[in-house]
Design a protein around this ligand. Sequence first.
Ligand SMILES: Nc1nc2c(c(=O)[nH]1)N[C@@H](CN(C=O)c1ccc(C(=O)N[C@@H](CCC(=O)O)C(=O)O)cc1)CN2
Ligand SMILES: [Mg+2]
Length: 284
Amino acid sequence: MSAKVIDGKRIAQEIKDEIRLETENLKGQGIVPGLAVVLVGGDPASAVYVGNKEKTCREMGFYSEVHRLPEETTEAELVQLVGSLNRSDSVHGILVQLPLPKHINEKLVIDAIAVHKDVDSFSPQNTGNLVIGDESLLPCTPAGIIELIKRTGMDISGKHAVVIGRSNIVGKPVAMLLLRENATVTICHSRTENMERIAAEADILVVAIGKPKAIDSRFIKPGAVVIDVGVNRLNNGKLAGDVDYDDCLDKASAITPVPGGVGPMTIAMLMKNTLKAAQLQAGV
Ligand SMILES: Nc1nc2c(c(=O)[nH]1)N[C@@H](CN(C=O)c1ccc(C(=O)N[C@@H](CCC(=O)O)C(=O)O)cc1)CN2
Ligand SMILES: [Mg+2]
């Protein structure tokens, strides 16, 4: 039987509708959620993502400011801008679009963002909160993956979840979130032996390795839920996930497409974090 296609666009819209309602409520109390996005250089994909974030802020009724800086911007100038955004009362969330140009140390810039305004949740403190289970802003793509699974009506508790990929942005945090949902979690990576066998034991398989169509049906347990985080641009201009979608469609019980799966959830969860940051900072 063909797998259920998990419609990330629809679920992201559902979440954005909820955020818009909550924002109206908050505005009634005189608080307007505000997001500042910083883009350095001319990477075309980053420019599109930042434009989408700006547009989605408008749709949510948020205040937004976008700082588009030239490629030659220095680390010191960027840290100075982040410092002024940390002090701004109209900005509740700050996001520096990645990747940054090579001459800038990403870690240093991320560390400069005030923890309570870190809506990407990339800072060591927010990452630590996630591991400990303390209340904090959650990283957007990993939190979006959990929402996709839950809103598709699937139970995570007690299931074997296998995460392929160990990046700080997706692999490690999504493993922690799955653990928080009481899954039994295995993380696989480039040095993992017998990866195919381990993946084929997963009830939930999350793939975030940045290699087009690297995971085919041999890695899939019949009936597994497959979440594909990859967004790979092929030479023919088309997008492909890390999962060979067509090959896995008849084996999985549910699967995310690329595009239209995990991707749209990232921006929806960013809006959710900005709203939450505003509520926390206003003490409501
Ligand atoms: N500071 C950050 N930088 C980056 C992040 C991030 O979360 N914070 N993630 C990515 C880029 N990104 C958001 O910034 C992002 C990537 C992809 C999508 C998305 O919706 N993808 C679509 C396909 C889009 C296309 O056609 O190219 C999909 O999968 O359906 C949203 C956001 C790196 N940098
Ligand atoms: Mg996707």
